[in-house]
Design a protein around this ligand. Structure first.
Ligand SMILES: NC(=O)c1ccc[n+]([C@@H]2O[C@H](COP(=O)([O-])OP(=O)(O)OC[C@H]3O[C@@H](n4cnc5c(N)ncnc54)[C@H](O)[C@@H]3O)[C@@H](O)[C@H]2O)c1
Length: 271
């Protein structure tokens, strides 16, 4: 890839991560196209930005939105646990629409915002790498595992490269004791996006979206070739967090599972 993208599509551009990247990735492509199911206001100071509203579950609309894009930063979708229809429409149907129209429109590289909830039942007390078994903790987590599998299939069959980024807790600052292990800073996210679209050959790697925190549980050695190394460390906030709130007991899900409290969420069953 290396040379500047011609047109980058950012999905979920109304959301927390999409709107941050919209502001901080203006130079990554000649044109940035933003989309969301919610109405998007024009961004100040970026004349070359294109806005197209669409729901990812609408195939014809997604076919239009992915036209002439050579890269996609995919944040759009249901971003936490919900009822099955919501998860299915946005993260299963929506993802299929994205990949199938990317194929038809000749887009060759995608950053897929997966989640640690695809592997949420792994213990947070051990180090895991890209070979960790899929262990979703929710319907949401299972939809992200589906997304990773779909990305892999489109890579094997059609050569579409995807960074499957298992994002941990991407927040402006760590909010609690658990995030001393799971925090992923906005700055480290933006640098990862740049690395994914800059590297000449990406492949279809699994990447853990987490900062360089003292409390480690993820090994990203398999993607050293990206030239990305996160620089922020949640430990810088340790004192503030300890001052602001009481630490939960060490036996709590927060500390024992990568998925934290999600492992004990009731999934929305039919009965
Ligand atoms: N923020 C995190 O810590 C975190 C952690 C793990 C994974 N992720 C993933 O990163 C992505 C972005 O997360 P976020 O925190 O910005 O979430 P967010 O909820 O703030 O943003 C998601 C956006 O997607 C849009 N959207 C939802 N369904 C849609 C549909 N059917 N069609 C079109 N647009 C739709 C929403 O309107 C919203 O603007 C999500 O896919 C989420 O699963 C985020």
């Amino acid at each position: 890839m290396v040379k500047k993208l011609n047109r980058l599509l950012i999905t979920g551009a109304s959301g927390a991560l999409g709107s941050h990247c919209r502001q901080h990735l203006k130079d990554i492509a000649r044109i940035v196209r933003v989309t969301d199911k919610l109405e998007l206001a024009k961004s100040k100071g970026n004349q070359s930005e294109e806005i197209i509203n669409c729901d990812l579950s609408d195939y014809e609309a997604v076919l239009e939105v992915t036209k002439e894009c050579d890269g996609i930063l995919h944040f759009g979708g249901q971003a936490t646990e919900a009822d099955w229809n919501t998860v299915r429409d946005s993260n299963i149907e929506g993802l299929y629409n994205l990949y199938e129209t990317a194929r038809l429109n000749g887009c060759k590289r995608i950053f897929f915002a997966s989640s640690i909830h695809a592997i949420g039942f792994h213990p947070l007390t051990k180090i895991i790498d890209h070979q960790a078994t899929i262990r979703p903790d929710t319907l949401y987590g299972a939809s992200k595992a589906f997304g990773e599998a779909l990305a892999r299939m489109y890579f094997e069959k059609f050569g579409i490269e995807t960074a499957c980024v298992r994002i941990a807790s991407c927040q402006p600052t760590p909010q609690n004791h658990r995030m001393l292990a799971t925090w992923f800073s906005y700055n480290d996210l933006v640098e990862l996006v740049k690395a994914v679209f800059r590297v000449p050959v990406l492949g279809c790697p699994i990447i853990y979206g987490v900062s360089n925190n003292d409390r480690k549980w993820a090994n990203n050695d398999a993607v050293k070739y990206l030239g990305w190394s996160p620089s922020d460390n949640a430990n810088d906030y340790n004192e503030k967090i300890s001052h602001d709130m009481e630490e939960p007991p060490s036996t709590s899900d927060d500390f024992n599972f990568i998925g934290g409290p999600f492992v004990s969420f009731d999934i929305m069953t039919k009965d």
